[in-house]
Ligand binder design. Structure first.
Ligand code: FES
Ligand code: FES
Length: 181
């Protein structure tokens, strides 16, 4: 038996995981096979992260791992040991909605809301990397998410609205951009 065998994770053996969740150090226990999405919801109580398909298709479970959007149903909880994880709860840490959430509210970009947490986390990451996207780029980014309610158009408008505001422009009610005075 090799010296490294003591590091092997054994089925059914609880592992203690410590991570930074939305800026706070948190710890919990999980089995080696436990999905990150289940660990966040059931062990850490971060139920803002939703679980739909559980195989990487719907995007509902999207969180940030070290600042990058990722499907939490495609990761194991043990993979986030010592890492930074941000969930939708982190977008409003003091119960004040961020600009992205306010834009979703303004544009009626959600109905049942099941997809919303994941979409918000993808949009938050995307706008960091692509601060002023075209409508086509936003639609392409959203193609990684399934929403059964809104028809996507209000979501696209909300994302473009945020980009316009952050870049010193505002959008009219009709979605037409106008420059700040
Ligand atoms: S629940 Fe993770 S992608 Fe659908
Ligand atoms: S708002 Fe219902 S699934 Fe998107």
């Amino acid at each position: 038996m090799s010296k490294t065998s003591t590091n092997i994770l054994r089925q059914g053996e609880a592992q203690r995981i410590t991570l930074t969740l939305n800026g706070r150090e948190r710890s919990g226990h999980c089995e080696p096979r436990e999905l990150l999405s289940d660990f966040l919801r059931h062990e850490l109580g971060a139920t803002g992260t939703h679980v739909g398909c559980e195989h990487g298709v719907c995007g509902a479970c999207t969180v940030h791992i070290d600042g990058v959007a990722a499907r939490s149903c495609l990761m194991l909880a043990v993979q986030v040991q010592g890492r930074r994880v941000d969930t939708v709860e982190g977008l409003a840490p003091d119960q004040t909605l961020g600009d992205l959430q306010q834009a979703f509210q303004r544009h009626h970009a959600l109905q049942c809301g099941f997809c919303t947490a994941g979409i918000l986390m993808s949009c938050a990451d995307y706008l960091q990397r692509v601060p002023d996207p075209s409508e086509g780029q936003v639609r392409e980014m959203l193609s990684g998410h399934i929403c059964r309610c809104t028809g996507y158009t209000p979501i696209v408008k909300a994302v473009l609205d945020v980009a316009a505001c952050r870049n010193g422009r505002v959008r009219s009610e009709q979605g037409r951009e106008v420059e700040h005075a």
